[in-house]
Design a protein around this ligand. Sequence first.
Ligand code: APR
Length: 311
Amino acid sequence: MSRKKISLIGGGQIGGNLALLCAQKELGDVVIYDIPNAEGMIKGKALDISQLTPLDGHDSNIVGSSNPEDLKDSDVVIITAGIPRKPGMNREDLLDINIKIITDVANNVKKYAPNAFVIVLSNPIDAIVYSFYKVSGFTKNKVVGMAGVLDSTRFKTFLAMETGYSKQDIQCMVLGGHGDTMVPITRLATIGGIPAEELISKERLDSIVERTRFGGGELVKLFGNGSAYYAPAASAIEMAESYLKDKKRVLPCAALCEGEFDVNGFFIGVPTVIGSNGIEKILEFNLKSSEKTELEKTLNAVKKTVKETKL
Ligand code: APR
């Protein structure tokens, strides 16, 4: 079996960590692709990471390139191209610039890697993943946005910090858009299978949910110059790994809904199954009426940004 190929479009903060994780998990050979102005930086990152692989005993090849032909025949493409949020900027402010970038990227991926499974991270995610889908003409199972895995791991982290119990035993799910209107399904948060609602006071749980909602903004404020990159990279790798190894993980991702959860024609965070056919399934379940209301609210926010893409 030949080695898999993973192309990372955008070799900035998240892109660099994606490359590192691909190498350390030995997922395949890696191409870090960026604009010509960033060529030195990505070639440097690729070489630096290559030099750590002997320490791990791993054999992946990692290269940096600004030639789109080097994306040829990628199995997975992970897109972080764009500009990150600056303090005081919301995700929607980024839209105009990032739409132009994703159009350029989608045309290259369509041309050189038409069979890839594409994971989009660039913000505002719900609109950017939609734009990629529209411009590339890829089938819906091959295009997905990373948001829910990150929002859920943030929720898990805060629950672990609150209780002091192992992160390994915490499960939770965050649906909806990747913005302040995201929908953490609090009743489905469990610690060792026990509903978190029975272990943590309502007041504390509400504040954890609130912190999760603004989890990205909290980091933007702390960094002062850029947005989160370690956990976003690890979240995308979890999705890529499930595809490459046909693991059929059940992960909340921004997938194209066509009737599921009463959403039609939009990418929104829903529980998905990721295997060798990409997004193999959306797992629908009954929402409570308050959750439905929240999902409608998040859908309206997504629709608003998608409309601005004019695609
Ligand atoms: N093609 C390829 N790469 C591009 C293009 C393009 N057309 N335009 C910009 N880039 C590159 C930039 O040169 C930069 O190296 O995308 C990279 C983005 O990296 P960072 O600015 O470090 O941003 P990062 O923190 O990695 O976040 C990337 O993910 O979570 C989102 O909001 C975040 O939209 C942002 C994206």
